[in-house]
Design a protein around this ligand. Sequence first.
Ligand code: PAF
Length: 292
Amino acid sequence: MSDETRGKLRRTTTVGELRLAVAAARSEGKSVGLVPTMGALHQGHLSLVEASVAQCGFTVVTIFVNPAQFGPDEDLARYPCTLEADLDALARCGADVAFVPAAEEIYPAGHATGVELGGVAEPLEGQHRAGHFAGVATVVLKLFNMAGADVAYFGRKDYQQMQVVKQMVADLNVPITICECPTVREPDGLAMSSRNKYLAGDARQRALVLWKSLCLARRAVAQGQRDGETILRQMREVIRSAEGAVIDYAALVDPETLAGVARVEQPTLAVLAVKIDETRLIDNCLLEPPLE
Ligand code: PAF
């Protein structure tokens, strides 16, 4: 498809154009939904777009690979870019605007202000990817201010990111509602992620150990196991059974505070970050002990 054949989907590259498009929608009484992405769209992203299209009169999707959230040794340079296919998919989903800014539009020369985080940003990814969430929160706040949307859609796949954004919105009184959407999985359980594109050869198959270990944790809790260390030991064994799998962390945490828990007596989040060869994957699932 080309821009002409993508129906109502409009590609904008400047904040001015984006604001005009949103103002026109507002003047027609439409509510505005925002889906921030870094492109390389898959069904996980598209489920967020579909939720916005179903709930809001006007849907803006942003596509911007944000350099500020990548560390020096991370995959910024090789991050997948599939812009034309992304725009086709957004047109099919019924999105109204794709905001695809250049880096200078987001970070003009002299840009020097950022969001400082604490709380839920500190453990897990916060320990392993210094500066990552500050980069995420800063760009997300800027995108919120640029689009002026009513609702923004985030997936539970990046659970800690979603909690960081929720905390920022509450702490800084940002006038937007955060809508949480479920993780979308491949039929065999692999959580959809743009980074799955890196999984070459049999790495795709080996990556299933993340989902297998989360399923094992769920089964253990359903069968009455409550001891966190026992569950984590079993999870780590499953992950290490895959060649080339290196665990960054495997943890059981409180779903609100992300503080570690020793016993699974309440709903608890099992969270994982695992490298399969060079590809770092994250996943999580809620463990829900049956009520006694
Ligand atoms: O989840 C992502 O793709 C990114 O972290 C986000 C929220 C678009 C910010 O760059």
